[in-house]
Design a protein around this ligand. Structure first.
Ligand code: FAD
Length: 388
């Protein structure tokens, strides 16, 4: 079997790339380890920034794939129990959206499949082979247990942080840059309607966040130590901690449907390609969730890679492909810098345990500057909208 691009992984990066290639008339096959049901229900990110929304519009897909509600240019901070709405200045009120990741994924799958895309679920033991040779291959076992091999021009590794693609690159060819923030988030999904799109609390018990996930549910985040265990967090303890950090009781404390611990870290792998294998999204980089940029960076990579492949296939011009890693890394580091700054700011400003009073005062000063300086406000807005 032959194709132009084998895409490993059908998360946001892989599916977006697949759709962009399909619209460009370029053959591709998407291989996904999980079932369609599993992928369509996996809940994660919730923010599509203005840059990403504009990208879907430019590829002619915005109406078909983007769901959710428009993003209001207001963040609600709660500082020591007092609400401080923050309105950011932006020239592009554009199209940013609160769109749950699984809604985007579901729409991307629907569009890809109904437009004739080749998407194979439950592909086991996916293995990229001969990635530096002239015709790389991807071997896998299909859902009926038959081993298959697809020969291709390019392999797109869109299989996340624990995938096989990055692992198939010799270790000495990649540099891993990483930073641990020293704490985790307990992320909780609950049937609790939010009367705002977002609320972020700075408090000396630690950071807390609430983000609307549709009209009836919210995703809550609670800063906690790295060595805590999910079992230590009973529902009562969670609600008590949320009330304390927000400084007022949450009106509806509905059923909690999931609790997960996420250590906050930043990771960048450099370069983002090796031979004919290109890494996209979480396979290449992780940003702390405070920034809401993980999904948006994955979408950016898909945009850059699809345009590069199109140029190579249609015009035999390899320049964009050769620049792929450098182009993406420049963007990734820009948003890593933003993500690290915002993560430190929001946690240090409430911190009495981790970094101490000096860092706390610096963070509070930077926080006030967002309100006092239009320049600071504008820069923050540029990062939130993804237009920096
Ligand atoms: P993924 O969405 O992870 O997709 C990778 C795909 O590859 C998956 O479908 C996987 O099943 C498949 N795969 C893996 N291994 C193989 C294999 N060997 N063979 C075939 N297929 C394989 N970002 C935000 O912006 N805001 C948030 O609030 C937020 N919360 C998050 C919460 C959690 C618990 C996690 C894990 C991430 C969160 N993120 C958030 C990050 C965001 O979800 C990711 O950055 C985004 O999903 C990256 O997309 P991706 O396509 O690169 O990877």
């Amino acid at each position: 079997e032959n194709t132009t691009v084998v895409i490993v992984g059908s998360g946001v990066a892989g599916l977006t790339l697949g759709n962009f290639l399909l619209r460009s008339g370029i053959d591709c096959v998407v291989l996904e380890r999980r079932s369609r049901e599993y992928v369509e229900q996996r809940q994660r990110a919730g923010v599509i920034d203005s840059r990403a929304a504009r990208m879907f519009r430019e590829w002619g897909l915005a109406d078909r794939v983007i769901g959710g509600v428009p993003f209001e240019p207001v963040l609600n901070f709660r500082i020591d129990g007092e609400t401080r709405p923050f309105k950011y200045v932006t020239d592009d009120l554009g199209d940013g959206r609160f769109c749950p990741q699984q809604v985007l994924v579901r729409n991307l799958i629907d569009v890809f499949v109904s437009d004739g895309g080749d998407l194979r679920f439950e592909a086991e033991d996916v293995a990229p082979e001969d990635i530096t040779g002239p015709r790389p291959r991807v071997r896998y076992r299909d859902s009926s247990g038959v081993t298959r091999t697809i020969t291709c021009d390019f392999i797109a590794g869109c299989d996340g942080d624990h995938g096989v693609c990055r692992a198939s690159i010799p270790e000495e060819e990649l540099t891993r840059h990483s930073h641990e923030y020293g704490y985790a988030w307990l992320t909780v999904l609950a049937e609790a309607p939010a009367n705002h799109q977002s609320m972020m609390a700075i408090h000396d018990r630690g950071f807390a966040g609430q983000f609307a996930r549709g009209p009836q549910a919210s995703r809550f985040y609670l800063q906690c130590p790295l060595d805590t265990a999910v079992e230590e967090w009973t529902d009562d303890r969670i609600w008590g901690e949320i009330d304390a950090r927000f400084g007022e009781p949450i009106a509806v404390k509905g059923r909690i449907s999931s609790k997960t611990l996420v250590p906050l870290r930043s990771v960048v792998h450099d370069p983002m390609s090796y031979g004919h294998l290109y890494l996209l999204g979480d396979a290449a980089h992780i940003v702390p969730p405070m920034s809401a940029k993980g999904m948006n960076l994955a979408l950016h990579d898909a945009d850059v890679f699809a345009a590069a492949v199109r140029q190579q296939v249609k015009e035999q011009d390899t320049s964009l492909l050769e620049a792929y890693s450098a182009t993406c890394l420049k963007h990734v580091w820009n948003y890593q810098a933003f993500a690290a700054w915002f993560t430190d700011l929001m946690h240090d400003a409430g911190d009495v345990f981790y970094h101490g009073e000096f860092r706390r005062r610096l963070a509070r000063t930077e926080f006030e500057r967002l309100y006092d300086s239009e320049t600071a406000n504008r820069l923050f807005g540029e990062f939130l909208t993804g237009l920096n």
